[in-house]
Design a protein. Structure first.
Length: 115
């Protein structure tokens, strides 16, 4: 299993970024995918999740209405569209999948929201 995130960077407050996670090594459409984040000195937290067919999504209260998770099963890719970014969104963002045989993480992508 391999998960490769991209799309992070530096953005001003109120700006937008779209993260991508390219997955391989498992039947992508059969599994829910998640985005987590970890800010300095804080525990890793679940940001958003999407079920295999993409019909159901869940969000942390702190990002509801600002972030949108989606997936393209033909491309084995999950996305996180982040709008109205705030300084408190600054963190390393990780892609995650829980399969029958284990839990896997990407290497993470840094998102920094600062003026």
């Amino acid at each position: 299993v391999q998960l490769v995130e991209s799309g992070g960077g530096l953005v001003q407050p109120g700006g937008s970024l779209r993260l991508s996670c390219a997955a391989s090594g498992f039947t992508f459409s059969s599994y829910a995918m998640n985005w987590y984040r970890q800010a300095p000195g804080k525990e890793r937290e679940l940001v958003a999740g999407i079920e295999g067919a993409g019909r159901r999504t869940d969000y942390a209260d702190s990002v509801k209405g600002r972030f949108t998770i989606s997936r393209d099963n033909a491309k084995n890719t999950v996305y996180l569209q982040m709008d109205s970014l705030k300084p408190e969104d600054t963190a390393v963002y990780y892609c995650n999948v829980k399969t029958y045989w284990g839990t896997y993480w990407g290497q993470g992508t840094q998102v920094t929201v600062s003026s």
